[in-house]
Design a protein around this ligand. Sequence first.
Ligand SMILES: [Zn+2]
Ligand SMILES: [Zn+2]
Length: 156
Amino acid sequence: MAKQKNDEASWEKLFWKSHKYNERKRLKTGTYLHAFCQHCSKELTKDDILLLDVTSPDDKLGHVELSPFLNIFELRTDIILHEGKELKDIRCPHCNKSLIVLDRNCDLCGSHTAKYLVRISHKKIPFHICLKVGCHWHSLSLEDEEQIILEESDEW
Ligand SMILES: [Zn+2]
Ligand SMILES: [Zn+2]
């Protein structure tokens, strides 16, 4: 059984593989990703920050500034957030609509996620972030990434 699949082992492998995969691809760590609200289409990124309105686990309203650079995890906030707690809400600062989605949970910790769109070349594709403070999970569908890279391959 040379091709036997061991689900547990391959999960970890996949996880690491996808990291390597990302590094090898056009979207390198540190790539600036312009972010947009999925509701009103306004840009969430401005200069070197990605600004979002949040509701903390204890119902405080505040703001967070995230890094718009891929795989650079920085967070500044004007309210107290404790690591390991899930934010109650993340909202667009322009239209005030919630960015939380119910159809996708964090692959690492199972928390809810928020979704916004990132522009890569001429496309806007969904990008999910985990609501748990301190969890550095985010997603960019590999299919989306691959498609973009294929479309851009003439630039190489
Ligand atoms: Zn909006
Ligand atoms: Zn998570």
